[in-house]
Design a binder for this molecule. Structure first.
Ligand code: NAD
Ligand code: UGA
Length: 482
């Protein structure tokens, strides 16, 4: 085993692999970092001279890519070559929910992880440390180790069989703040058995992270801690959204309730913002994976507990679309609704599991004509998510021909003309600058503003003569206005 790591390969150039390796390369100029992916379009985007064309939008990412790319950070599709040269390999591939077969709809699909393990087994030379960066079911390291070891015998072309250590090093970054989170993590978690391998990974992080923030556990605790962290975070959101619904029925205000409970240091104030429900690629899939594990290990009662977090989230998304329909007199046919934000949170172009998808689908099903604006999400992605292309080419058609359709709103200047409602689904800062006085005069009366993110100033909207609803606000401002 080497004394220190000089060459890293990361398999998977996605939302985790790309930013994580960019930060490692940036903080460790003595390490050559190769990020490989089978998706050549994605790799070309990572190598684009125009930094606005990187495949992922994250504040601060372009700046560090500019410094490190071509120096000690390289993106390519040369999986074999980069594995051969690496002393440490991060597996950072996707682990979505299985669609078919045993555990379909709940268990993680480990197909891509298994392919990686087989490639590493085939191409790695000497001793290689394999690091699980993807989020994986507890005990996956066992599977990876078994593939790595058992795949050695057929590869007799190697002069000596390769040897491996497997570590778990889950990633806790949140999208939209990935570079900040990677640079200033609350903790780095390393699970493993071999002290030397653990030390080598520890020393990579020690280049910028204080030793006391690097936690070491056994490998199974590390794998399970990742799933548990996401389950606890998602549980807080379902908890606050459930109480938000009660606030709306009782005259309480979820912001005040959140402030009151969050001041208790045992509860804490973070992750208590009521919204349209949690989205993102991981919360739902990781909880469902946890549910599957509980059922597999014979404790379905525990699985039911966590499943209710996902069920509440789905119910809450439908609750919002039903509420909008009901406030607009029970029919959306022929009505123009402006959707403000489609990404699952601000500062990202990621729409995976975004609550906006379900809410927009519900509204379209009711016949609404949606005009969707998002500063970072491209319209092709929205088409894919909604399962229908935009109707921008049909703009001259009128009335019922456009019922149940959507248009791309390129900017906010003229989108509110004749709109019946504006609906905030992502908390982008630029929506704070909308002049509701001017906007109100363009909309069709009675016109509504629905703030599912609770970012707008109610007085400004109400004074502009608009009807207003915001999530978790039991004051029922529509009554005041009616
Ligand atoms: P992603 O889909 O954005 O990226 C995964 C990449 O892996 C894709 O580009 C894909 O082409 C590539 N890939 C798949 N199989 C490959 C193979 N055999 N060889 C080379 N490349 C291959 O996924 P992501 O969001 O980066 O998530 C990756 C993992 O990290 C998941 O397990 C996820 O749960 C976990 N995670 C994600 C986040 C997040 O914020 N997105 C945060 C923490 C952990
Ligand atoms: C989440 C975790 O925060 C990360 O620690 C984890 O690494 C990551 O999942 C992962 O494993 O993928 P992410 O999904 O990127 O990160 O973003 P979050 O900030 O957690 O937001 C998730 C969803 O919850 C978003 O839709 C967000 O709008 C919503 N949310 C968040 C709320 O509705 N209220 C809140 O108070 C916080």
């Amino acid at each position: 085993m080497p004394n220190d790591i000089k060459n890293i390969c990361c398999i998977g150039a996605g939302y985790v692999g790309g930013p994580t390796m960019a930060v490692i390369a940036n903080k460790c100029p003595n390490i050559q970092v190769n990020v490989v992916d089978i998706n050549d379009k994605r790799i070309n985007q990572w190598n684009s001279n125009d930094l606005n064309k990187l495949p992922i939008y994250e504040p601060g990412l372009a700046e560090i890519i500019k410094v490190s790319r071509g120096r000690n950070l390289h993106f390519s599709t040369q999986v074999k070559d980069k594995i051969e040269k690496a002393e440490m390999i991060f597996i950072s591939v996707n682990t979505p929910t299985k669609k078919t077969g045993i555990g379909a709809g709940k268990a993680s699909d480990l197909k891509w992880v298994e392919i990686c393990a087989r490639q590493v087994a085939k191409y790695a030379r000497g001793h290689t440390i394999v690091v699980e960066k993807s989020t994986l079911p507890v005990r996956t390291a066992e599977v990876i180790k078994s593939i790595l070891e058992q795949s050695q015998s057929p590869y007799k072309n190697k002069s000596t069989p390769s040897t491996f250590d497997v570590l778990s090093n889950p990633e806790f970054l949140a999208e939209g703040s990935a570079i900040y989170d990677l640079t200033n993590p609350d903790r780095v978690l390393i699970g493993g058995e071999n002290e030397n391998a653990i030390k080598l990974l520890n020393d990579v992080y020690l280049n910028w992270i204080p030793q006391e923030k690097i936690l070491k556990t056994n490998i199974w605790s590390s794998e399970l801690a990742k799933l548990t962290a996401n389950a606890f975070l998602a549980q807080r959101i379902s908890s606050i959204n459930s109480i938000g619904a009660l606030c709306e029925s009782t005259g309480a205000d979820i912001r005040e309730v959140a402030r009151a409970i969050g001041s208790d240091s045992r509860i804490g104030s973070k992750f208590l913002d009521s919204g349209p429900g949690f989205g993102g690629s991981c919360f739902k899939k990781d909880i469902l994976n946890l549910v599957y594990l509980c059922e597999y290990f014979g404790i379905p009662e525990v699985g039911d507990f966590w499943n209710s977090v996902v069920n509440l989230n789905k119910w809450h998304q439908h609750r919002i679309s039903k509420l909008i329909t009901s406030k607009l007199y029970g029919t959306l046919s022929g009505k123009k609704l402006v959707i403000l934000g489609f990404a699952f949170k601000k500062n990202t172009n990621d729409t995976r599991e975004s609550s906006a998808i379900q809410i927009c689908k519900d509204l379209i099903e009711e016949g609404a004509i949606l005009h969707i604006h998002d500063p970072k999400v491209n319209p092709e992605q929205i088409s894919l998510d909604l399962g229908m292309t935009s109707s921008n080419d049909l703009k001259n058609k009128i009335g019922s021909a456009l019922d149940g359709s959507w248009f791309e709103a390129k900017n906010l200047d003229d989108v509110f003309q004749d709109a019946d409602a504006a609906i905030v689904l992502t908390e982008w800062d630029q929506y704070l600058d909308i002049d509701w006085g001017k906007t109100a005069s363009k909309m069709r009366s009675p016109s509504w503003v629905f703030d599912a993110r609770s970012i707008l100033e109610p007085c400004e909207i109400i004074n502009a003569g608009l009807l207003f609803w915001r999530v978790g606000d039991g004051l029922n401002r529509s009554k005041i206005n009616n």
